[in-house]
Design a protein around this ligand. Structure first.
Ligand code: SF4
Length: 486
């Protein structure tokens, strides 16, 4: 993997080295000149001069002039310091944003010609550094999550520290990889505590990853600075699970939807903002939008609120929407409306959606590609229709068997997962599902099965997936009941 990604360290280092030398010299010179320009007026004005004479006028002018130069030198000093810091962090694009040419030229004329000249040289060196190439194989992909791991440290109690017990971590997400194509709906499903929402939060950079990489349109964002993330954020929007909690009750629909536009300076005028808000509300089927813009959240139904939440994301014209169980808080009667909104925006605007869900029945109809997560790991991946219709992993089978079917004559499949989901502070050895699995054998507790492609477009992490598949199909055919082996 390392060789696929050109990191900044792999770029020709000469540009950085030279820029580092120039900026360091510029910084030292700026510091010296600031001190000198400050010292001159103090020194000159310390001489007694007769009031009202020509010399007093000259002295005062000189004092003011040198103070101004000292101020300019101080600004240049701060600039060079920021550039040096940015250079240390290898933020080459931020360096350009510092607009060193302007400050260099400014300083060149007025305060400190040599500093200005050095800064222009530094900028020239930096401009010759080529940006890191996009990740190989990212064509057609909007998001690539590559070996993502997120551990949350658990604080030891005083007694545990005293006993010398080692630090522990919650393994929320453990070596998870997947790709979301452009205009694709990718679903992550699993029980509570399987790590789905943590994946979403990490992609959003609400929490930093412990290891692994996240690429948005081929560019790594897991190591992006706050400034870089600020530019990317409008293009990755989120729809939260709870439409009641995710809105300020004191803001109107218009204020809620337009807030992102003003925060990101994406509206050229009030009229432009108004038009964009109306368009977003129309796209989520809140029509006529004029009827809704002055309403407060308590004046909207649950479905309408969630559509306002989607409009709030849409108004920024994102390329990717992260939807965290977008319909789980809604009545069954309005779920279909919200889902049809998500499908229509994908259709109309080509926006990709990464959706976290509990609902496998829903996934089958909405999601293109489905990943099943268990205890921080992806255990099965494939086209949603195939994963739900013919699951290979015993855990996926257990999830599907738990979906209620509103038809008393439908096949009753009862593949039970024994007990509760274990703690992810100390996940079970080998296959994490083995304490609950009906098909577990000795090897399952010793060797962790890799997530391998077992059929075209189907990946599963199970030593005995064929046995599990056959049992599931047999069970479906016979409409019998399958109990887990003890
Ligand atoms: Fe069950 Fe073993 Fe497969 Fe894990 S590897 S799911 S324990 S059969």
């Amino acid at each position: 993997m390392k060789d696929l990604i050109a990191t900044h360290e792999e770029l020709p280092p000469r540009g950085y080295r030279m820029a580092g030398v120039y900026i360091t010299l510029a910084m030292i010179l700026a510091l010296v000149t600031t001190i000198v320009w400050l010292a001159i007026p103090l020194f000159v004005l310390s001489f007694p001069v007769l009031a009202g004479t020509f010399f007093e006028w000259v002295y005062l002018k000189l004092g003011v002039y040198t103070l101004v130069l000292a101020l300019i030198s101080a600004i240049v000093l701060r600039r060079t310091f920021l550039m040096r810091r940015a250079l240390n962090r290898r933020e080459i694009f931020s360096l350009k944003e510092l607009n060193s040419a302007f400050w260099g030229a400014f300083a060149l004329v007025l305060a400190n010609p040599i500093t200005g000249f050095l800064m222009l040289l530094a900028r020239d060196s930096i401009s010759r550094i080529s940006p890191p190439p996009l990740r190989a194989g990212s064509e057609g992909k909007i998001l690539i999550v590559d070996h993502l791991t997120k551990l949350f440290p658990v604080r030891r109690t005083f007694a545990q520290s005293f006993r010398g017990e080692a630090d522990t971590n919650v393994h929320a997400v453990d070596d998870v990889s997947f790709e979301v194509g452009k205009a694709q709906i990718y679903g992550l499903a699993g029980e509570s505590g399987s790590g789905k929402t943590t994946v979403l939060r990490t992609v959003l950079r609400l929490t930093p990853p412990t290891s692994g990489s996240i690429y948005f349109e081929g560019k790594e964002i897991s190591t992006a600075t706050r400034r870089e993330m600020k530019k990317i954020r409008p293009r990755i929007q989120v729809v939260f699970q709870d439409p009641y909690e995710s809105m300020n009750p004191r803001m109107t629909t218009y204020e809620i939807v337009s807030e992102g536009l003003s925060v990101n300076n994406l509206a050229t005028s009030t009229k432009d903002s108004h038009e964009k808000v109306l368009k977003a509300l129309r796209d989520v089927q809140l029509t006529p939008p004029e009827e809704y813009i002055d309403r407060y959240p308590h004046e909207l139904s649950g479905g309408q609120r969630q559509r306002v939440a989607i409009a709030r994301a849409l108004v920024l014209e994102p390329d990717l929407i992260l939807a965290d169980e977008p319909v789980s808080m809604l009545d069954v009667s309005v779920r279909a409306e919200v889902i049809s909104v998500l499908l229509s925006i994908r259709e109309k605007r080509g926006i990709a959606v990464l959706m976290v869900t509990h609902d496998l029945a829903l996934s089958k109809d909405v999601v293109d590609q489905l990943g099943i997560m268990y205890l921080g790991k992806i255990v099965e991946v494939g086209a949603a229709e195939k994963v739900v219709g013919n699951p290979f992993h015993p855990y996926t089978q257990a999830l599907i068997a738990a979906v209620p079917v509103p038809d008393p004559t439908a096949p009753k499949i009862r593949v039970l997962a024994r007990g509760e989901i274990p703690t992810n502070i100390s996940p079970p050895s080998g296959c994490r599902f083995h304490p609950r699995c009906s098909f577990a054998k000795a090897i399952c507790s010793e060797v962790e099965p890799p997530l391998a492609e077992v059929r075209p477009g189907r990946k599963v992490a199970c030593h005995f997936w064929e046995e599990a598949e056959n049992a599931f199909l047999k069970d479906v055919k016979s409409r019998g009941v399958m109990e887990p082996a003890n």
